[in-house]
Design a protein around this ligand. Structure first.
Ligand code: FAD
Ligand code: DHB
Length: 389
């Protein structure tokens, strides 16, 4: 088999890249380890920046998001039992789109099916070869049959645990990492959201987040210990603990119901440098992870795909390698800004097991400064709504 770009992974990064390349006449094959249903079953991000919205529209799959997505012009921060609003629109002129990663993935899958480009689900033992040279190849097994794909370029869009980053010789890559001493327990339910806007809550018992997928579907998160398992959290315990962390008005408005999904995610900051190895490029979670507090994971994946798709289109149209040569530096400049913001939001809002009384007082003073200072609120709003690509 031969293609121009072999894409590893059919998460949002791989599907979006495939769609943008296809629309520019660049042939591509996507190899995905799991089934499509499995990819759709993972409940993850919900806040989409304007840059990512524009890219999804450009990929030709934005119609449902434009119809069903919710535009949010601000967010709420709650601490010491009081809620404060950060008005994104007034401070930056922009808002964000609330629309689930699952729905984006579904829209991208539908677009992919209509494009006629090849996607191999349940591709086993994917391996990457000769990407340091001119003729890279990818091999995989499917239905007991071995296949080799010859290509011009490989895009490693296979997430944090993928094979692409692991295929790079150890002395050619440097990893930067910070692991946080807690996780997020997420619950999805068909209940109306407790508030019109997201609420980020700092509470002595731990961080909580009230988010949503629609006016009838809520997504809530609780900071939890890494020792805990989903089985330790029957729905009643979750709702009880969430209610404790809410302000009085939200406590009264909270509507509970059976969970549709519950899962625990560890929190991590991670960056691999560089993101290009000859004719192989990393994009999205394959190259970097942010803790979810700043809602940046999916948005960073989209910005990588923007830079990489532009660079590949330029290569095929103009025979120029300028964009490919600059890809890693351009993407990393943006990634480190999002890493800083996500780390800062995480430190600001969570409860740390080893923090002193002094640390907790400073944390409250910083929250107070944030909601009282226009400059501090603007800095948060600018980072949250996202920089232009
Ligand atoms: P992924 O979505 O991880 O997709 C990679 C794909 O590659 C997967 O489908 C995987 O099956 C496939 N793959 C892996 N290995 C191989 C292989 N060897 N061969 C072939 N295919 C392979 N972001 C937010 O903004 N807000 C959130 O609330 C949030 N919550 C999250 C919760 C969890 C548990 C996780 C893991 C992430 C969360 N994120 C969140 C981050 C966000 O979901 C990711 O940034 C986004 O999914 C990145 O997309 P991606 O396509 O780069 O990677
Ligand atoms: C959601 C997740 C986040 O990490 C975040 O900061 C905001 C919203 C969500 O899943 O809706």
């Amino acid at each position: 088999m031969r293609t121009q770009v072999a894409i590893i992974g059919a998460g949002p990064s791989g599907l979006l890249l495939g769609q943008l390349l296809h629309r520019s006449g660049i042939d591509n094959v996507i190899l995905e380890r799991h089934t499509g249903e499995h990819v759709l079953s993972r409940i993850r991000a919900g806040v989409i920046e304007q840059g990512a919205v524009d890219l999804i529209n450009e990929a030709g799959v934005g119609a449902r998001m434009q119809r069903e997505g919710l535009i949010h012009d601000g967010t709420q921060i709650c601490f010491a039992g009081e809620r404060h609003r950060i008005d994104f629109r007034a401070l930056t002129g922009a808002g964000v789109m609330v629309y689930g990663q699952t729905e984006i993935t579904r829209d991208l899958m539908d677009g992919r099916a209509a494009s006629g480009q090849s996607t191999v689900y349940e591709a086993q033992d994917v391996s990457l070869h000769d990407f340091a040279g001119e003729k890279p190849r990818v091999r995989y097994r499917n239905d007991g049959k071995e296949t080799e794909v010859a290509c011009d370029f490989i895009a490693g869009c296979d997430g944090f645990h993928g094979v692409s980053r692991q295929s790079v010789p150890r002395d050619s890559i440097r990893n930067y990492e910070r692991v946080y001493p807690f996780g997020w327990l997420g619950l999805l339910s068909d209940t109306p959201p407790v508030s019109e806007e997201l609420i980020y809550i700092h509470h002595p018992s731990g961080f909580a987040l009230c988010s949503m997928r629609s006016h009838a579907r809520s997504r809530y998160y609780l900071q939890c210990s890494l020792a805990e398992q989903v089985e330790d959290w029957p729905d009643e315990r979750f709702w009880h603990e969430l209610r404790l962390r809410l302000d009085r008005e939200a406590q009264e408005r909270l509507v509970t119901g059976p969970s549709i999904e519950k899962s625990i995610a560890p929190l991590r900051s991670f960056v691999a440098e560089p993101m290009r190895f000859g004719r192989m490029f990393l994009a999205g979670d394959a190259a970097h992870i942010v803790p979810p507090t700043g809602a940046k994971g999916l948005n960073l994946a989209a910005s990588d795909v923007w830079y990489l798709s532009r660079a590949l289109i330029e290569f095929y149209r103009e025979k120029s390698t300028a964009g490919l040569d600059q890809y890693s530096d351009r993407a990393l400049a943006r990634i480190w800004k999002a890493e800083r913001f996500s780390w800062w939001m995480t430190m600001l809002l969570h409860t740390f097991p080893d923090s002193s009384e002094f640390d907790r007082k400073v944390q409250l003073a910083e929250l107070d400064y944030l909601v009282k200072s226009r400059a501090a609120a603007t800095a948060l709003a600018e980072n949250y709504v996202g920089l232009p690509y």
